[in-house]
Design a protein. Structure first.
Length: 340
């Protein structure tokens, strides 16, 4: 019996056990009420002074309250058990996906190393192999870092370095780096609009957000990649929209894609790689900046738009933004002391 089936087996046994004792309680109540009515009739005939109402009524009401409390406890346990079952299933999928994601670059690196050690290769091929191995180690490093950052994020221990930037300059710089990293040119990647404001961000963290959103758009765009990033500044918010013309996201899936370990599975794209952590990590980073991220898609094959909102410096969320800057200055001073 596999793990998933065994869990369903335990839940079934749990449900049957509760049904059994609830049935027993029902029979007891039926027996009690039937006999009480008989005793009441007999008591009235034998001795009219006997009063069976008050104490027995209290006992009966007390029993009903206890049964209700037990039923509530059972429903609470069952609900938590269901949540744990779902988390276990998601965790199993995550382990499977991570294992595959780790093995792929390792197998590639091993193949290149075996080729280099088994025979002589030209300088150009050696350089190409080394570049590919560096790329694979970069993938491994990125994956491991994303896994290690999750518990830090949940415990609010991620130490981002926040500084004030010209929004248009920093966003365009990071987007160009992302486009270069994924080798996107021409119509495949376009930047539209301007942000005439300042913002407080950690460029490294924001780069992770852009990389994940672009990587997702590429994975789910099929053969033709068409990504447009629209930048704009409102009265209080810096707006960044990532639009693609990919396969889209069903309405029900839009509510859960930002949850940890969640992935959208489609029969027409069965081989898309991922860990289910990317968009979760994206949301955590945006939230830590005092912003918000949402997704809009009209459905299958209608494309997807991820909408990012960040506060404008000295206009929105002043206390929170100043708090982030204060934390950064404090960490920088601590680093200076350590370096000395």
């Amino acid at each position: 019996m596999n793990k998933r089936n065994s869990l369903y087996y335990y839940i079934l046994v749990f449900i049957l056990a509760q049904v059994a004792w609830l049935g027993l309680l029902g029979l007891w109540i039926y027996w009690y009420v039937s006999n009480y009515l008989i005793f009441e009739q007999v008591g009235e005939k034998l001795s009219p002074q006997i009063n069976l109402d008050s104490p027995n009524l209290f006992i009966f009401i007390g029993g009903i309250i206890l049964i209700a409390a037990v039923a509530f406890g059972i429903s609470f346990i069952f609900r938590n058990l269901s949540v744990q079952l779902k988390l276990t299933r998601l965790y199993d999928n995550f382990i499977s996906n991570v294992t595959h994601e780790l093995k792929s670059p390792l197998a590639s690196i091993q193949l290149y190393l075996e080729t280099l050690s088994a025979r002589r290769v030209s300088d150009s091929d050696r350089k190409k192999f080394l570049e590919l191995m560096l790329k694979d180690t970069g993938r491994l490093n990125s994956l491991i870092n994303s896994i290690l950052e999750i518990p830090k994020s949940e415990q609010k221990k991620v130490a981002h370095d926040y500084h004030v930037y010209d929004a248009d300059a920093i966003i365009n710089t990071l987007l160009r780096e992302t486009a270069e990293q994924f080798q996107l040119t021409g119509k495949a990647f376009k930047i539209e609009g301007k942000a005439l404001c300042r913002c407080v961000v950690d460029p490294k963290a924001l780069k992770i957000v852009f990389d994940n959103l672009v990587d997702n758009a590429i994975k789910y765009s099929g053969k033709t990649i068409n990504i447009t990033v629209k930048i704009n500044s409102g009265l209080k918010k810096l707006l960044i929209d990532f639009c693609d013309k990919g396969i889209g996201i069903n309405h029900n899936d839009q509510k859960k894609i930002f949850k940890k370990f969640q992935r959208v599975y489609r029969k027409d794209i069965p081989n898309v790689k991922g860990t289910g952590l990317g968009l979760y990590w994206v949301r955590e980073i945006i939230n830590s900046h005092g912003g918000k991220i949402s997704v809009i898609s009209e459905g299958k094959d209608k494309g997807t738009t991820f909408k990012i909102e960040l506060p404008i410096y000295q206009v929105s969320k002043k206390h929170y933004i100043n708090y982030l800057l204060k934390l950064t200055r404090k960490r920088e001073k601590e680093r200076e002391v350590i370096d000395e």
